[in-house]
Ligand binder design. Structure first.
Ligand code: NAP
Length: 308
């Protein structure tokens, strides 16, 4: 077994505490050696206020995970890549497509790995859904992603700011699965609902078409109370596919064919270790490109103000 990769974590907030720290604590491929955050702290390791201070104090660091909101990630990623550290980007990988393209070039130039992580792609039933759809004639598909922003994102102001993506912050998780299991597709129309007091949408209806004409409808809503929906459906020649629970469970014609506990973040770090050791990068921009296209092509509706 090779030596663990010495990693630092940046932007210690909700996702770091919920997922990165537990995943790294059990991971033999990595040793978490430092953190950088303005307010957040990780117990038992040196904590720094900025990535620059962390890199200066910990020259043996080999990799960093960047977990701050997307609007504030590019400069940190650039600093890390120029210091020849491998970089794990939380999703979405950036606030624009072109800044992530720039990071890709920079990673190649510096001979280090860049990983645009898409955690939902590692949900347990996603591979089975992809295999099913590859073997079936698809007639139509639908993405239904409806959750309660007050429950999942309390007091997160950045998510309502430009570059925070609004309802596309969860919606891009759906797109990361859809772009992996469905044929290549593009947006034909979109309607985005912006609360009158916010800079990002609270709901969106997006129509896609695959290059061979299959319609794919996406319905995103951030005001869903009660049961939450994170489902991708497909009508196929081999029956009705329902991938539910954010990719956790797969049913064909009502029969559950795949249902396993999730291990998305352990799988993400396994993939990161793989690409670091192979000297490769893994940066698929398709989900981010679709969000950019929805903002570019979408009609904007102004709706009722949103208050936490
Ligand atoms: P968060 O808790 O609001 O933010 C993470 C940390 O980033 C904050 O604690 C803060 O740490 C730092 N930060 C905030 N604003 C900053 C700024 N202006 N400049 C620099 N650092 C800043 O957000 P999160 O929920 O962890 O989400 C972070 C990323 O993970 C997002 O891209 C999100 O889409 C993704 N993600 C979140 C979840 C989830 O369930 N929440 C799930 C999967 C992926 P300091 O104040 O200490 O610097």
């Amino acid at each position: 077994m090779s030596q663990p990769i010495r990693i630092g974590i940046v932007g210690v907030g909700k996702i770091v505490r919920d997922q990165h720290l537990p995943a790294l604590a059990k991971d033999q491929d990595f040793r978490l050696v430092a953190a950088a955050s303005r307010h957040g702290k990780v117990d038992g390791i040196p904590n720094h206020r900025t990535i620059e201070a962390m890199l200066a104090a910990e020259p043996s660091l080999e990799a960093v995970s960047l977990c701050m909101p997307p609007q504030f990630r590019y400069d940190a990623a650039r600093t890390a890549l120029e210091a020849k550290k491998h970089v794990f980007l939380e999703k979405p990988p950036g606030a624009t497509v072109s800044e992530v393209e720039d990071l890709k070039t920079l990673a190649t130039r510096n001979g280090v790995s860049l990983f645009a992580s898409w955690h939902s792609r590692y949900a347990p039933a996603v591979e089975a859904a992809r295999a099913f759809l590859t073997s079936a004639k698809i007639n139509s598909a639908a993405i239904i992603w409806k959750e309660d922003v007050r429950r999942w994102h309390p007091n997160q102001e950045w998510i309502w700011e430009p570059g925070g993506f609004g309802v596309f912050d969860p919606g891009i998780n759906a797109l990361s699965i859809a772009t992996y299991i469905l044929p290549p597709m593009f947006i034909t129309s979109a309607v985005l609902d912006f609360p009158e007091n916010r800079a990002a949408p609270v709901a969106a209806q997006v129509s896609f078409r695959t290059s061979n004409g299959i319609p794919v409808a996406m319905d995103l809503d951030w005001l869903q109370t009660g049961p939450q929906s994170w489902d991708i459906l497909a009508e196929t020649g081999k029956g009705r596919m329902v991938l539910s629970g954010g990719g956790a469970k797969l049913a064909i014609d009502g029969t559950v064919v795949h249902d396993e506990p999730e291990a998305e973040y352990p799988m993400l770090y396994k993939r990161f270790a793989e690409i670091v050791r192979a000297g490769a990068s893994d940066v698929d921009l398709a989900p981010l490109q679709h969000v950019a296209d929805a903002f570019m092509l979408g009609k904007r509706n102004v709706v009722e103000a949103f208050f936490d």
